[in-house]
Design a protein around this ligand. Structure first.
Ligand code: ADP
Ligand code: MG
Length: 403
């Protein structure tokens, strides 16, 4: 798919910006702090409803403004359906922010219906934390990427989270009532029910993640070999967070039996601590180059190339699993690569119907389909760019941008 047009109104440092984008490789260049990352963030928010960079929606609204809006027209590959119009509105209401999402002008209430309308795979410099950061980062990554392509997974995560909260609350209640020597009543039976739900939804999440890794690995190894020019295979090991399987790499098989066995084995521990020791909320993954753990021993450059390979591989995986190629967004990915790797990464980017890159200068981007300059929240086509007639509007008072 491609983004045909994009409008930003009071989003971050953009007062009012309209863009008509061509297919192919598109570059946004400009000095630091001008709005390049903000633009890619806007496309991500339209894709997922959430900023990949900040928790609070308030930060997305332009300073001193009380409302913001994003609008995009998405075109699918030939024969895959009509163009899509996505719209996102924020409005400050007292201490909170009211959000409104529309598809084709129709308000949407379920995030699940929204996910997948616009498929993007994005790299931001902070994504290096996927590799170097805490396991929680990696689980968030899995939930987002699988949720974007599989509505059933998204629903399972919500149900699992609820069941887990209920189980933990009950465990703490049982601990309290034991301390106060009040009879816990038939709550043992309730615990059995939460165990069944936690293991049931949890097993499905574990299975979806295991399948994801088995489908992704061949693509990952191939892309990394191409980008790095090295033989050492890059892979990601999946470590399911079940105490029975602890410390072992997942090698296949179902999860229901090991999940129940883990809950049984953890029982005394869980009853003492009031938490659930086993489950996909304890999953992790290990990035490996050959046998080497990249998190511990990889150089900065090796880690960067691994995360970039993961993103490109993911984009191919999204195409494989949805039948529609996503848009690849690369924020500041080029500057720290050597010339060979930069050229190879751009070649990969060009294999998608549309890809968007940002850079502080356009030196390596001469053959892009369009190059834009970004300065202080204004975007203009760069002079001498091959397609400088590409439409851009940044009138302060575009009528359809008004609320
Ligand atoms: N909510 C906001 N309102 C107005 N300006 C903002 C807001 N959030 C960030 N900015 C400004 O956006 C700029 C950063 O833009 P960014 O896209 O990160 O730049 P870069 O071109 O380096 O990627 C900063 O100057 C920052 O002050
Ligand atoms: Mg930036």
């Amino acid at each position: 798919m491609i983004v045909k047009s994009l409008r930003l109104s009071n989003f971050r440092n953009y007062p009012a910006q309209e863009l008509h984008l061509p297919p192919g490789l598109i570059a946004f260049t400009g000095d630091n702090g001008q709005g390049k990352t903000n633009l890619l963030e806007a496309i991500c928010v339209l894709a997922t409803t959430k900023s990949p960079l900040v928790e609070r929606d308030r930060e997305l609204i332009r300073w001193h403004e009380r409302a913001a809006r994003l609008y995009a027209e998405i075109e699918l590959s030939a024969g895959r359906g009509d163009a899509r119009r996505l719209e996102y509105n924020w409005r400050v209401e007292g201490n909170s922010i009211a959000r409104e999402m529309k598809i084709g002008g129709v308000p949407q209430s379920a995030v699940a219906d929204w996910l997948g309308q616009l498929q993007v795979v994005a790299f931001f410099p902070h994504d290096l934390e996927l590799l170097s950061g805490e396991p929680e980062e990696r689980r968030r990554f899995l939930n987002l990427e699988l949720g974007k392509t599989q509505p059933a997974y998204f629903a399972d995560v919500a149900r699992y989270r609820r069941a887990l909260q209920q189980r933990n609350a009950l465990l703490r209640h049982l601990i309290d009532s034991r301390i106060q020597k009040t009879a816990p009543g038939d709550e043992k039976g309730t615990l059995g029910e939460w165990n069944r739900q936690v293991a049931g939804y949890g097993s499905r999440i574990l299975a979806a993640r295991a399948r994801f890794f088995s489908e992704l690995t061949p693509i990952l190894t191939q892309i990394h070999a191409k980008l790095s020019g090295q033989d050492e295979p890059f892979s990601i090991d999946y470590l399911p967070g079940l105490s029975i399987l602890k410390g072992t790499v997942y090698e296949g098989g179902g999860f229901s039996a090991p999940f129940h066995a883990s809950l049984e084995r953890d029982h005394a521990d869980d009853m003492r601590r009031g938490i659930t020791s086993s489950g996909p909320h304890r999953d992790d993954m290990v990035f490996k180059l050959g046998a080497m753990d990249l998190r511990r021993y990889g150089s900065q450059g090796q880690q960067r190339l691994a995360v970039l390979s993961l993103k490109v591989a993911l984009a191919h995986w999204v195409e494989q699993s949805t039948g529609e190629p996503p848009i690849l967004l690369l924020d500041d990915a080029l500057s720290e690569l050597d010339a060979t790797r930069r050229a190879l990464l751009l070649e990969e980017a060009r294999s998608f119907p549309q890809s968007v890159v940002t850079a502080t200068d356009a030196t390596f981007l001469n053959d892009a389909a369009a190059i834009y300059s970004v300065a202080a929240g204004r975007i203009v086509p760069q002079e001498n760019a091959p397609n400088s007639e590409i439409g851009v509007g940044n009138s302060q008072k575009t009528p359809e941008l008004a609320f």
